[in-house]
Design a protein around this ligand. Sequence first.
Ligand code: XMP
Length: 316
Amino acid sequence: DWDLGDWAEKMKDEIRAAVGEDKVICGLSGGVDSSVAAALTAAAIGERLQCIFVNNGLLRAGEAEEVLASYRQMKLNVAYVDASEKFVKGLAGVIDPEKKRKIIGETFIRIFEEEARKIKGARWLLQGTLYPDVIESGQRKGAAVIKSHHNVGGLPKDMNLSLLEPLRELFKDEGRAVGRLLGVPENIVRRHPFPGPGLAVRCLGDITREKLEILRAADKIYLEEINRAGLYDEIWQAFAVLLPVYTVGVMGDERTYARVCALRAITSRDGMTAEWYRMPHEVLARASTRICNEVRGVNRVVYDVTSKPPATVEWE
Ligand code: XMP
């Protein structure tokens, strides 16, 4: 067990030594990892860290605003790009999950690159890669935290950026602890992991603005009820999924024919395996009642009782 305060001091020295007088670019996602990596690097080199936050239109309700407020509080230097239109248009009619991911990834790179080019003299790209990401991508344990002269995949060679990954030795809970030491706001440090493709892989089938709005509304209610029950911190991830299925229901005297919303919650240490969370029935009951009453377009709610393996965390 190491002292994370000592670790952070040592890492700040390493960042300063590696970067020298260069500028560093960071893509912020609103998640813990990139935010903590940015806080650590800002603590080391200050204004020479320049961050970019791309809103892909696939975020949760209120997420972009909340995250931007936190970044302001952290005094990070952030360029905000609202690219919602481009992402949602690019996804129109696409059903295959891997194709969705590919489109989102490529669109992100294009927009990020355009923005990054405006930052003159940048030599480094900061990423919040954690130890489990290193293992999952099959890289060697203990490989250098700071790799010089490795051009970054996906970005054009002429940008000539080297990768800076100061959190490569840490597990998620350690990343969170470092974030707290650095004064990263609690709403960011506690935040559940959220996939890069966002709501696109939780809105099954093709993506439309209408479906995204339904999913956002249901997901918001579900998280409100989890928070109200004080369970958020016990859970690794919790989210709603909008199924491409219609079922029959009844509301007042009327027959309804509307969508099914699935709720999922899991516990995990690193996302590689996961156990479905034994959500108290009262929480499920409140979430279900509220979703059917308050979200037009949903008349049935189900709970996912599958662990990983055999299921994955996300439905797509
Ligand atoms: P799965 O669904 O593979 O998810 O069991 C494991 C963890 O990874 C997240 N996840 C993703 N994160 N891009 C990401 O940045 C993706 O395409 C992606 N797919 C899944 C998922 O939320 C869980 O934490």
